[in-house]
Ligand binder design. Sequence first.
Ligand code: SF4
Length: 304
Amino acid sequence: MDCFCGRDAVYFLQYARRHLCPEHFIEMFDRRFRRAVRKFRMIKKNDLVAVGLSGGKDSTVLLHSLVQLQKDLPFELVAITIDEGIKDYREKTIEVAKRECEKLGIRHRTYSFRDASGKTLDEIIDKGEELPCSHCGVMRRYLLNKAAREAKADKLAIGHNLDDLAQTILMNIMRKEPSRLARINEPLVNDPQFVRRIKPMMLIPEKEVAAYAMLKGIEMEHLECPYANTALRQDVRRLLNQMEEKHPGTKFKIAASFFEIEDALQQKYGKNVEIRRCVQCGEPAAKDRCMYCRKIRELTKPES
Ligand code: SF4
């Protein structure tokens, strides 16, 4: 099939019934990326943006797209990698992250679960009683925010794509956590200790991120985290992919529905939010102790 320009197409946008050649696919991707940055006022002139860089395809494409955006908008970049300590997985993606930063001339820092808590994720969940992703998520969010703040970053960019966004929306509904749903895109309250998270690829499907990486020759690691299958997210991901196959455009519609009701959710759940300081570590917290201190410090306490 041909692209509208007459050249051979390499990608079919099923939801839009359009075939695109490499040049027009890349052009469409870059346009969507920039539109999201503009529409949600993600980056302003002279910002310092910290990129959460795992070395996987999403964060690596994010880094490249931000570097490209710097040509038109002057802002600075720094990359932060979190090493959870997942054997035969994370060490390989960290190598990609390091190489990409060297290639692009971006400052890069790595923070590890082991340095922060004394244990790797593998060790934390060794007893088999703990759910890897819930602990990993708490710890990663905590460390990324701290690292971005230490770097004096104005924003923290995350490589979430449309699939991640649609999964998160659905998971929060399935878990009956509407207040979490309300803060998917914007925090309910601003706190100077939280670095604002931005997701410039949240309206780009995961498959298109992978296709873009291939067409641009961006190095990426295809490994999947060995714990990924234990997560609810994986089931939701399969379900959404099946729906998308049968009903193209489903993921976009889920995201669009969320943005329609986002303001109402923010108003409802943002009213009585109080941010305290964790009595143990001083980080922002909803209760006396933050999630990190309640969950992770307990698990990583040396045995007496
Ligand atoms: Fe962490 Fe789960 Fe992601 Fe693996 S799949 S990196 S354990 S959140």
